[in-house]
Each structure stands twice: as C-alpha cells, then as structure tokens.
Design a protein around this ligand. Structure first.
Ligand SMILES: Cc1cc2nc3c(=O)[nH]c(=O)nc-3n(C[C@H](O)[C@H](O)[C@H](O)COP(=O)(O)OP(=O)(O)OC[C@H]3O[C@@H](n4cnc5c(N)ncnc54)[C@H](O)[C@@H]3O)c2cc1C
Length: 439
C-alpha cells in the first residue's frame, strides 16, 4: 500500500484561558502517550466529536482497543469553551431546503439524546438542565431576524411561544429585550464539566491520553501517529481535531474558522441575584448575528458571548481579546448597569467552523483515515451525532440516521486566503455597524 505522511504545521496552544475549565477542580495528572502503543482504533482530539466517536467504538467493539488522544486536557478545547447550549429544533431561519433542515434536526436530536443518556447513566455533574432557550431581540434589526427565525422553526416543526418585554424582564431582570421566542427542547450545561465527565466515563476498552499532541500521521500498513514522547500504531484512525485537521492537510478550505469570545463572571451574591430576575437560570440566544448569547448559570454566574473575528491563525491575540473584553463589559452594562463592574472569572476565545453550504466534513479521507468535523448550526449535537454515526459506519452498522447523514452535502470548497479573510471581515464589519444595538 502506498504510504503517505501528514505533518502538523500548527498544534493547539495550551496557555489560553477558559473560564469554564478554570471553575472546575484541578484534574488528575494526565496519562501521556509514551513509548510504543498498538491499538485497533485511535481517535485524535477529545472534543465532543472525539469523545463521542471513541465511546461508540468502545461500545460496539468491546474486544478491540481504542486510544483517544488529546493535545491538551479534556474540556480545555472548544467543546469546553462554548456557551453550553445543546440544541435541537434549532434554525437560523435560512433553510432553503426543508427536507435538509429536517434531516439536520433528526441528527441534532439523536446527538442530544446520546449525550443525555450518557450524562444520566453516569450521573455526570455538569449543571445539566432542560431549560430550553429563548431567542431574543432588542431592536428593529433583531426583531426582523426573530420573525425570520420563527418562520424557520415552523418549517422544521419546532413548537415555540412568544415572550413579550414584560415577561422577558421577569425572567432576566432587564428591559433590554423587546421580544423573544421560547423553545423548550434542548438542554443547557457547563461545557468543560460535561467534557471532563464524558472523558472520565469511557468504556473499559478506551484509553484516554492527554497532553499528547499528534504532530505526524503516517499511513502505510495501518496508521502511525507520532506524539512528542511516543507513537500509536492503529488499524484505523478517526481525526476529530476540528479546525486543526487542516493543519495536517485534511479538509483544507472547507470550513470558515470564526473565533467567538466569551466571559464568565464570578457567582453573583444573594443581594445581586434580584437584578438578574431572581437567580433562576436562563439561556438566551441572539436572533441577530451581532447579538450576544447570555446565560445565568445554575451557580449564579453571567455568561456573556459576543464578538467574532476571522480565526485562521487559531490563536487569540491581545488586540482581539481586549476588544472582546470591552464588548462583554458593554453587554453586561447595557442589560444590568448595576453590575457593570462585576469581576470576571475568565475571558476566552474559541473557534467555530462554518461552511458555505451547510455541509459536513465526515467520512473516510484516505484508506484507514477517517475525519469528522462539526460545523454550522447546533454543532455540539449535530457533531455528536455525526461522530457516533461515523463510528457505526466503520463498524458496519447501517441505519436511517446514517443515511440522513450521508445525504447531507459535503462542505463546499472555499476561496483561499487572502480572499476568504477579506470576504469574512467585510461581512463581520457590516453586522457590527448595522446591528450595533443588538450587542
Ligand atoms: C464561545 C463559543 C460558544 C459556542 N457556543 C456553542 C453552543 O452553545 N452550542 C453549540 O452547539 N456549539 C457552540 N459552539 C461551537 C462548538 O463548541 C464547537 O463547534 C464544537 O465544540 C467543536 O467540537 P469538536 O469536537 O469538533 O472540536 P473541539 O472541541 O475543538 O475538539 C478538538 C480537540 O482536538 C484537539 N486537537 C487538535 N489538534 C490536535 C492534535 N494534533 N493532536 C491531538 N489533539 C488535537 C484539541 O485540543 C481539541 O480538544 C461555540 C463555540 C464557541 C467558541
């Protein structure tokens, strides 16, 4: 068999902040890849996709060995950096193809249910709740998006109810929002805690290696993965390292990397909780692309997520972090002026992949080398479903859902940089100027 080598041009950095991760107790020391390890399957990357693929391989092939290899620590990467919405029945309102929208939704539902079953079975402590979500608007641009979004929800059959300004104020303590629409399905959670819990409850035949970035992949007789202090030889490999796959030359220019930023406050005091509606948790998704995702968590913290930049560098530079921090503070001030100066326990960036056609990156890229990358709307739940189904496909299990997945279009090719960078920056700038009030 002709061999081929893939060498990583860039690896995840481990010095960045992640407020959710910082709120957890210190993890146990990492088991690293050392010396020579031989397994049936290896999964690279322990975000939601890698954790799900490894779990499913372990379940379906109890007599085979699975190595799950993570560059940093489980929960530290993007899957532990997000806003914590596990979505189904979700729509941006832009679906041109209704059948495709419904297929996507079936996948999201399957992903959500697989995660839910695992959390309930292992009693993973991750602030899980079935609160659902409210899509919100604060002014005219947001209201227009909200109507469009409602139309999208109707298209895929998601039930929702309208929330007026008074009800929004009762829930959140602020009159910032002019209107919302509430959908009850979906879940909220603490993402770093969920990922750590998933990593700690793998089937017995799955071994988790952390602090072991894979710098080279050699394909020949099976697949050989090179880490700093050792190597893993596997019959088959699933690459689940998200946008870092392109650094290995896989799925290049299929996904637009967008950096999103978030901040988490310290827990509010009992005196402060009445300012945010009394202290019962909530989760708000913006209808405007320039809006903020906002949560009040079960432990009484405000999560503020806004600001987007082009993320090809996969690093979060000082100017971008400063701008994001200022926007998060402004977001808090506009909603709750009395909390404008509240201490933040963390501000961080993470990368979300978008495709130009709502497509997917999932399947065999070369003999024995598979990849799954989650993108676009509802990436945690759709990504979990895709990773689970890819593992099932590798093990020879067919299903109606797998056919749904394989019917989705492949992520379309994008223009290279600097063209893509220019197009994205122009779009982000337009959103920022025309919809500044929604921040
Ligand atoms: C601020 C923010 C808010 C978001 N909010 C939501 C939300 O509410 N709901 C939702 O559904 N989605 C949300 N997302 C998007 C979602 O978090 C991501 O799309 C998803 O987590 C990606 O999962 P993944 O498993 O594909 O990749 P990742 O979570 O990025 O996992 C890939 C893993 O691979 C590791 N890795 C990379 N290279 C290597 C290598 N060479 N060797 C070994 N390991 C490697 C990385 O360290 C990483 O841990 C949000 C994203 C951000 C940034």
């Amino acid at each position: 068999m002709a061999g081929r080598a893939y060498k990583a041009r860039k690896l995840p950095a481990d010095a960045e902040q992640n407020g959710w991760y910082a709120a957890l107790p210190d993890p146990l020391p990492a088991r690293r890849v050392e010396g020579s390890v031989s397994v049936d399957f290896a999964v690279v990357g322990a975000g939601i996709c890698g954790l799900t693929a490894a779990r499913r391989l372990g379940e379906l092939r109890p007599d085979d060995s699975v190595a799950l290899i993570e560059a940093t620590r489980v929960g530290f990467g993007t899957s532990g950096r997000n806003a914590g919405f596990l979505l189904k029945g979700h729509s941006h309102g832009g679906e041109k193809d209704l059948e495709l929208g419904k297929s996507n939704d079936r996948l999201c539902e399957a992903g959500l249910e697989y995660i839910r079953e695992t959390v309930m079975h292992h009693q993973i402590q991750c602030q899980w709740s079935d609160w659902g979500r409210i899509y919100v608007a604060s002014g005219a641009p947001g209201e227009t998006h909200l109507d469009h979004l409602a139309h999208g929800l109707e298209g895929i059959g998601t039930e929702y109810s309208t929330v007026d300004q008074e009800e929004m104020e009762a829930i959140t303590g602020t009159r910032f929002y002019s209107r919302g629409i509430r959908a009850d399905d979906g879940a909220l959670m603490q993402p770093a805690a969920l990922m750590r819990g998933l990593g700690a409850t793998m089937p017995a035949n799955v071994t988790l290696y952390e602090e072991s970035p894979v710098s080279e992949i050699h394909r020949g007789d099976g697949v050989r993965l090179v880490c700093a202090a050792g190597e893993v030889q596997a019959k088959q490999v699933i690459l689940a390292n998200h946008v870092f796959a392109e650094e290995l030359g896989i799925a290049r220019f299929r996904v637009v990397p967008i950096t999103l930023y978030a901040s988490l406050t310290r827990p509010l005091t009992p005196e402060e909780l009445p300012l945010v509606g009394g202290g019962a948790e909530f989760g708000l998704l913006p209808s405007s692309p320039n809006g903020s995702t906002v949560r009040l968590t079960q432990d009484g913290r405000i999560l503020m997520r806004n600001t987007m930049t082009y993320g090809r560098s996969k690093r979060f530079g000082a100017p971008e972090m400063t701008e994001a921090l200022a926007n998060h503070r402004e977001g808090i001030r506009r909603r709750w002026p009395d909390l404008a100066d509240i201490e933040l326990d963390g501000t961080w960036g993470g990368i979300l992949g978008f495709t130009r056609n709502g497509g997917i990156v999932c399947g065999e890229m070369a003999l024995g080398l598979h990849a799954v990358m989650t993108t676009d709307a509802a990436p945690l739940t759709r990504g979990a479903a895709a990773a689970k189904l890819l593992a099932e496909q590798i093990c020879g299990h067919d299903s109606a859902l797998l056919q749904d997945l394989n019917r989705l279009p492949k992520a379309a090719l994008l223009p290279p940089d600097p063209f893509l960078r220019m197009i994205v920056n122009r779009r982000l700038h337009k959103n920022e100027t025309e919809e500044a009030g929604e921040l």
